[in-house]
Design a protein around this ligand. Structure first.
Ligand SMILES: *Cc1c(COP(=O)(O)O)cnc(C)c1O
Length: 397
């Protein structure tokens, strides 16, 4: 490190007001619900209104629930596969992408990823298909589109459901401008504290298929068809969103467009500052930058030559903490995939998940992926600081 750190004050983050868009609208929403005394969505209007507003935004029926993980559980349950059936997904994601597969007694099958983006490689997905495969869950990692055109085509050709995990990709699009979340049979969103918009916790699932929407609604409410007496038609849990959460979500949903736009503007500024195209400064030959079109910039990934821990140390010393690799390990290297799942049994797991299973994913996590926190609260000056820190760490390498 050369001299004083680039940055002495922390950048706006997701655990403080400066890094979130919580304001007067959210405060009024909470008070409106409290004053009504109806806090449960079965009896109030906020959750139904949120679903209608999400439907206007995405053009698909929306089902609100208690978290992104719950939304994925609704989606996986709606596939209605047999115990022991397989669902193909990515090793680089939040655990919420795979927990629901296990909860439905399915076997997660991990396909490797593109080393430039960390998103599922469609060829690896197709190679992992067996007669037991019933669904694919694609994650739009950090807000960049997975190749959903190819994945949709593969799913159709093999008769599989495609679920899009859009938890990191609010309003993201493909490079051609098609909205992410409209390719899958179901797409899932999260309102957790760290996401583009937040209610602390909360989730939404969207679908164009009324049958899938109905199954998800039953699953989130104890299998209880409220129109037909106290009768439980299927196994279901209680994943209902509360009215307090829905009211805050409605206010946050009005802001998500501006949040994504601001993140994209600042990301474009950083790419320009690093790419060396319009500046006198040269580009950084050994650093891969994200492609801008359609990227929702939940986080800002860099691909480095193989020394991501040096980058993390260097950036921390410059006052801009980043993550080396995003995860500690690929999802399949977590103890749940080698130890017991239920009681002392590994059921439904019927295979080992050895090191080396997905070499591209392992290399990203261990060596080449550096992830910068990203936020709509960043100013142009903040981005210039980030660019300066990156140049310094780069030049020290
Ligand atoms: C956050 C996240 C989830 C889980 O959402 P929660 O609301 O935290 O349960 C699932 N998948 C991805 C890709 C996520 O980023």
């Amino acid at each position: 490190m050369s001299g004083a750190p680039v940055r002495r004050t922390p950048l706006p983050g997701v655990l403080e007001p400066a890094g979130r868009t919580i304001g007067a609208e959210e405060r009024a929403a909470v008070l409106r619900v409290l004053d009504s005394a109806v806090l449960c969505s079965t009896f109030g209007g906020e959750t139904r209104a949120l679903e209608a507003e999400m439907e206007s935004l995405y053009g698909r029926s929306a089902v609100a629930c208690s978290s992104g993980t719950a939304a994925l559980h609704l989606a996986v349950a709606a596939v209605r596969f047999e115990p022991g059936d397989e669902v193909i997904t990515t090793p680089i994601s939040d655990f919420g992408t795979v927990g629901p597969i296990l909860a439905q007694n399915g076997v997660p099958v991990f396909a490797d990823v593109d080393p430039a983006t960390g998103n599922l490689d469609p060829a690896a997905v197709e190679a992992a298909i067996t007669p037991r495969t019933k669904a694919i869950i694609a994650v739009h990692l950090f807000g960049a589109a997975a190749d959903v055109v190819a994945l949709r085509e593969i799913a159709d050709r093999h008769g599989l459901m495609l679920i899009e995990d859009c938890a990191q990709a609010w309003l993201g699009t493909t490079a051609e401008g098609a909205l992410l979340g409209t390719f899958g049979d179901i797409a899932c969103f999260s309102l957790q504290q760290y996401k583009h918009i937040t209610t602390g916790d909360g989730g939404l699932a969207i679908t164009a298929d009324p049958e899938l929407a109905a199954r998800m609604r039953l699953f989130l409410d104890k299998g209880w068809d409220r129109a037909g007496g106290r009768v439980h038609l299927i196994l279901g849990l209680n994943y209902r969103m509360t009215e307090l959460t829905a009211a805050v979500a409605r206010a946050q949903l009005t802001k998500v467009g501006a949040v994504v736009e601001r993140r994209q503007e600042r990301a474009a500024q950083l790419v320009e500052a690093l790419a060396g195209s319009t500046h006198s400064l040269p580009g950084l030959p050994n650093v891969g930058l994200p492609a801008l079109p359609g990227h929702a910039f939940w986080l800002f990934p860099l691909i480095v030559a193989g020394d991501n821990k040096r980058w993390a140390d260097g950036m921390a010393a410059e006052g801009i903490p980043v993550s080396a690799g995003y995860l500690d390990r690929p999802l399949y290297a977590n103890p749940v995939f080698s130890g017991p799942v239920y009681g002392t049994s590994r059921y439904p797991l019927d295979r080992d998940y050895p090191a080396g299973l997905c070499p591209n994913a392992e290399r990203l996590i261990e060596h080449t992926l550096v992830v910068l926190p990203w936020n709509e609260g960043y100013t142009k000056t903040d981005v210039l600081d980030i660019a300066r820190a990156i140049r310094r760490v780069h030049d020290d390498g």
